[in-house]
Each structure stands twice: as C-alpha cells, then as structure tokens.
Design a protein around this ligand. Structure first.
Ligand code: AQP
Length: 331
C-alpha cells in the first residue's frame, strides 16, 4: 500500500456552507484527496458551544454532510464522518484538557471574539474548543491540517499539546503542520466587502450558499456593494470590485488580476452578470448532486456509518496507546 501523508479537516455545521467555505476549504480538499490519505468530518460537537435548536441542528448536520459529497468529497477516497459518531474525540479531549493550560486557552483569538459575541453564554466548551480540535487532529495522526488563517493559532496549540505529551511519554502523537491551501482566495462578504464572507452572517445577501438557485445567486451578486468610480480594476481601496474579481477568478481558475484585464472598460452591470453566471455555472452540478443525494438517503447513511467505523478504528488505536502511556488498565 502507498504510504501517503494523512490530512484531517472539518467544518462545524453552523449557518450554511458558503461560496467562501467552498473556495477557501472544500475545493482545496478535492485536490488533496489525490495526494493525501484524507479524513473529513462534520464537526458537530464543536457547534454546541453556542445554543442550537435540536431539529435545526439535525437538519443542518445532514445538509453539511451531503454538501461535502455533492462538492466532490469522495467516500471511496476519503473517510467522511460525523464527529459525534466517534466517541474517542470526547475521550481524548478530556485527557488533553489535563495537558493544556488555562493561560494558553485564554490567549486564543477565537475565544476572545466568540465570548464577546455570546456574552450571555461563555461556557467551558467555548473555552476548551481548541482542545477538542486538538483531539480531532491527534487521534488520526494527521500530519497535515488544512485550515484558514483564523484556525492557524489552534493548530499551533495542538502542536504544543502534542509536544508536551510526547515530552513526558515518548513519541505518541504525530505533531501536525497547519497547511494554508494555495488556492484559498479569501472571499469577502457581498454586503460588507471589508469583512470575510461568513457562514453565520445573519444577512443572506452577504453570502452565497452553495445550494442557492441561479436566480438567487444573480440577485445577490447584482446587489453586491461596489463603489462609484465605475472602473473594473484590482487594486487597494476597491474592496467590492476586488471581491467580485476574486470570486470570478476562483470560478474560472484565473487570478483576480487576469480577471480584471478581461473586464477592462466594461460597466459594472455587465461585469456583475458575468460573475453571477460563472458562480451559477460552478454551483449547478453541486446542487444537482445534492438533490440526487436527498433521494438516496440509504446511500448517505451507509457513507457516514462506514466513515465512522473506519475513523473509529484509527482513533481507537491512538486512544489505546494514550491510555497505556497514562497508566490506565487496558479494556
Ligand atoms: N470567506 C472565506 N473565504 C475563504 N475561506 C473561508 N473559510 C471560511 N470563510 C471563508 C474557510 O472555511 C473553513 C471553515 O471555516 P469556518 O468553520 O470558520 O467557517 P466560517 O464561514 O468562517 O464560519 P464563521 O463565520 O466563523 O461562523 P461560525 O463561527 O458559526 O463557524 C476554513 O478552512 C476557513 O478558512
């Protein structure tokens, strides 16, 4: 068997999977499937650090899982599963909690931001979220962790925890590397182009959902905030136009600069139409495949059950080793 490096990544099922997530994460995972031994999870346990409505969460978890497959994650090549189906995540997270310092967790930017946003519910889970993420990664011996810039700090903490544990007990964990995918253009909000396109944006006009219908996509792009100088150019100070050029570039595998050349001299109306068409064209096969999956629930169930079984077999081995090192009696 070929000895490929292992990669792990996941997205928490909050909001809805956006064009930003597709361009910045899922699309690069598709290429990684060929090169690495990949494990992709819908990290549902992470999502309960903020209150969730159970029925809505159930629906959304399934939606994200089907979107993974519809976008091209291939269960024949990669392991796809729900985090909550593999109990070793929670088990290892507890152990790693005992190897993580309060000071380290207090310094995490995401904790500071999220506790400011959810001041009425600063629960311990929000605080120890990076430890669960460390468990997600370390359970599988993942060498590569594709993440956006915002998650880099968490992967660095994972490395520190792994090295600390290894320092005491020997080489138990593989120390992972954060991997910022090269094609990961940062897609911005259509309404506030100075901010990133976010899957939890309360305003649906700010983002494009990967399952949006073509007419909805076109409307959202046409409403996108631009500027009043009327020039299609990729340069500082033109956040709205830069974003549309980045989106067009990501859809057509061009740089935003090359995309700008293509539209030189045209008006914003025509430009937006072309961007809208390119997005709709890219997302159409994803929507079609998603709709097929909805009709094929047994297949989807077999994919996530099989995925959990495979993930669990790997995770069990790691946890067994950890238990042994710690001095627990073997089961
Ligand atoms: N706008 C973006 N452009 C490019 N890549 C992006 N990613 C997210 N937004 C963009 C990448 O998607 C993966 C999952 O990231 P996330 O779970 O942090 O998603 P999010 O949309 O950024 O979520 P929010 O807005 O922070 O909402 P909550 O807090 O509910 O999850 C990452 O690889 C990220 O880089």
């Amino acid at each position: 068997m070929e000895n490929k490096k292992r990669a792990f990544s996941g997205i928490q099922p909050t909001g809805c999977l956006t064009l930003g997530n597709y361009v910045g994460a899922v699309k690069s995972w598709l290429n990684m499937q060929e090169e690495f031994d990949c494990i992709f999870s819908v990290v549902d346990m992470h999502s309960i650090t903020v209150r969730q409505d159970p029925a809505a969460l159930r629906k959304r978890c399934m939606e994200f899982f089907c979107e993974y497959i519809a976008c091209g994650l291939d269960p024949e090549k990669s392991i796809l599963f729900f985090q909550s189906h593999v109990s070793q995540h929670a088990e290892l997270a507890w152990i790693l909690n005992c190897f993580t310092y309060m000071g380290e967790l207090s310094r995490m930017t995401q904790f500071k931001e999220k506790s400011a946003r959810h001041a009425d519910n600063i629960n311990a889970g929000l605080f120890t979220y990076p430890v669960l993420m460390a468990a997600d990664i370390l359970l599988y011996g993942a060498e590569i962790v594709p993440v956006g810039h915002d998650q880099k700090q968490h992967v660095e903490l994972t490395r520190d925890i792994a090295e600390r544990f290894n320092g005491v007990y020997g080489d138990v964990f593989v120390v992972p590397e954060p991997y910022i995918p090269p094609v990961g253009a940062r897609i911005k909000s259509l309404q506030e182009p100075e901010k990133k396109m976010s899957k939890s944006d309360p305003n649906p006009n700010g983002y494009i959902w990967v399952l949006d219908e073509p007419d909805v996509i076109m409307k959202k792009i046409k409403r996108a905030v631009t500027d009043s100088d009327g020039e299609i150019a990729y340069r500082e100070g033109k956040d709205g136009i830069n974003n549309l050029l980045a989106i067009y570039g990501a859809m057509t595998d061009k740089t935003p600069q090359d995309a700008a050349k293509e539209f030189e001299g045209l008006g914003y109306g025509v430009f937006k139409e072309r961007v809208g068409e390119a997005v709709a064209e890219t997302l159409a096969p994803i929507r079609d495949k998603y709709n097929d999956l909805l009709k094929n629930k047994d297949y989807v169930e077999s994919v996530y059950k099989n995925g959990a079984q495979k993930a669990s077999a790997i995770a069990y081995k790691t946890l067994r080793k950890v238990h042994k090192k710690l001095g627990f009696i073997q089961r």
